[in-house]
Design a protein around this ligand. Structure first.
Ligand SMILES: [Zn+2]
Length: 204
């Protein structure tokens, strides 16, 4: 019985060590936390297809963080897995997906992605793409989405702090190419409120 309790304690201690503060250079498969939000690294496979269509090359100058809504109900893991396996010759990729439980890092932040719809403009070449999941409406409000958006506030705060940026460097997909994205934030006219929440999280 005592041995069982001791091993339980060791397991608990081990878990504590595994969830240290998230850093930018965490190895693939690891997880860190920021203000209680687990940030897990599950990178796209660097196979020939993904290298051609999703991992186009380095991002030497990182100046912005761009916010999106997925417009469906998939989880962050489902978004990552779908992006990883899709082979429809679309140039599309993003760095992070965040849902009501966790954020998943899909690409390194020193690589640029195809998410902003502005070709080789600053949206794609100089900004990190964050997809807030669960944004398709399920009834009047949906709890999963609002919790995902709260987690996105933490993720955005962490990314801005880690890259020495400010809330003025936050962008919506809309700002780059006039796509109605992030649709939930635009419909609710909540962009100023979202940025204010990020500013507050950065000061915690
Ligand atoms: Zn978007």
């Amino acid at each position: 019985m005592k041995v069982a309790l001791l091993s339980l304690l060791l397991v608990a201690l081990g878990t504590g060590c595994a969830t240290r503060r998230a850093t930018l250079d965490m190895p693939n498969g690891s997880v860190g936390k920021f203000q209680g939000l687990p940030i897990r690294v599950d990178l796209l496979e660097a196979n020939e297809y993904n290298k051609k269509y999703k991992l186009p090359g380095p991002m030497p100058e990182l100046k912005y963080v761009t916010i999106h809504n997925t417009a469906n109900n998939a989880t962050a893991q489902q978004e990552r897995n779908y992006l990883n396996r899709r082979k429809d010759k679309a140039y599309i990729s993003f760095h992070f997906a965040v849902d009501e439980n966790e954020a998943i890092q899909i690409m390194r932040t020193d690589e640029h992605a195809w998410h902003a719809g502005d070709g080789r403009g600053d949206g794609n070449k100089k900004s990190i793409g964050v997809e807030i999941c669960r944004s398709k409406y399920k009834g009047e409000t949906n709890e999963d989405y609002m919790r995902s958006e709260e987690n996105a506030v933490k993720l955005a705060a962490w990314l801005l702090l880690e890259h020495n940026l400010t809330v003025d460097d936050l962008r919506m997909h809309f700002d780059w190419s006039r796509k109605r994205c992030p649709h939930r934030i635009l419909e609710g006219n909540r962009w100023t409120e979202f940025k204010e929440k990020v500013r507050q999280a950065m000061e915690k």
